[in-house]
Ligand binder design. Structure first.
Ligand code: NAD
Length: 267
């Protein structure tokens, strides 16, 4: 990994983000952690400090660009260089057909899953370019590679596809400008986390959740968050752009790309 001694993790209070923080701490990295849930974030930070890690924590909403910029400033002031920036915070909205998703459903999911990543890249990439090193690991999903079986996941799929396209473009931009900053997109399949209870963080302005917690029929085996984080860091170590964590997801994605490829014909 082209990582220095400091890892930034957003969405660090739970699930994959907390596991990424633990995995980076186990490598001896200092942590800069952000999450919208202050209490759980403080608990994660305390437990890492108890194990000897240096931790900066910030309770912020990643959809708030000014707050993310202030977080990046605080990280630079505290630690200087950043080795690995994990832009991981994300939510999933009600599981409904595309035509039943309301504007506030779209706004919430896109503002966190896409807007949060845009804000993180805007805040952290210039510092990585300046220091001439570092790596960005953006959490997308297998929903960036193929639709969830049975549908009902439009805003989430759109946000994760957008993140993948954004990161491919970022990689091109960095390469064209000669900046040695790595980019990886994490595409987990099902991971046992609190994602199905994402509505706990839905701001009032986004409206009341309108469906039960989303459930996804999946042919891919669920893994635990620590396994996902270990595979994420292994993918970064290997210099992969796409980082998959769940066996079987490569087959599903391959089948989707093969389906699309059949239509790569100019009529
Ligand atoms: N769990 C899965 O099956 C799965 C699969 C593929 C991708 N993902 C992605 O993994 C990432 C992490 O999700 P998870 O599964 O660990 O879920 P989780 O709910 O356990 O953790 C997500 C964390 O993000 C935080 N968060 C939510 N909105 C935020 C905001 N506006 N600002 C800052 N923090 C915010 C939450 O408080 C929580 O701590 C997400 O991007 C999700 O889309 C999860």
């Amino acid at each position: 990994m082209s990582a220095g001694p400091v890892a930034v993790v957003t969405g660090a209070a739970s699930g994959i983000g907390a596991a990424l923080a633990r995995a980076c701490a186990a490598r001896g990295m200092a942590l800069a952690l952000a999450d919208v849930e202050a209490g759980p974030l403080a608990e994660v930070a305390e437990s890492l400090r108890g194990n000897g890690s240096r931790v900066l924590e910030c309770a912020i909403d990643v959809a708030d660009g000014d707050a993310v910029a202030a977080f990046a400033t605080a990280v630079r002031a505290e630690f200087g260089r950043v080795g690995l920036a994990c832009l991981n915070a994300g939510v999933v909205g009600p599981r409904l057909p595309v035509w039943e998703q309301r504007p506030e459903d779209w706004r919430w999911v896109l503002s966190v899953n896409l807007g949060g990543v845009v804000n993180g890249l805007t805040a952290f990439i210039p510092g990585l370019m300046k220091q001439g090193s570092g790596h960005v690991l953006v959490t997308a999903s297998t929903a960036a590679l193929n639709p969830v079986h049975g549908g009902g996941n439009g805003p989430y799929a759109a946000s994760k596809h957008a993140v993948l396209g954004l990161c491919e473009t970022l990689r091109e931009d960095l390469g064209a400008a000669g900046h040695p900053v790595g980019v990886s997109v994490l595409c987990p399949g099902p991971v046992a986390t609190r994602i199905r209870d994402a509505a706990r963080n839905r701001p009032d302005a986004a409206g009341e959740p309108r469906s039960p917690s989303p459930s996804f029929e999946n042919t891919i085996t669920t893994i635990d968050a620590d396994t996902a984080a270990a595979r994420a860091l292994a993918g970064v170590d290997a210099g992969r752009f796409l980082v998959l964590t769940n066996p079987g997801s490569e087959t599903e994605a391959g089948a989707r790309f093969a389906r699309l490829e059949r239509d790569l014909v100019v009529e």
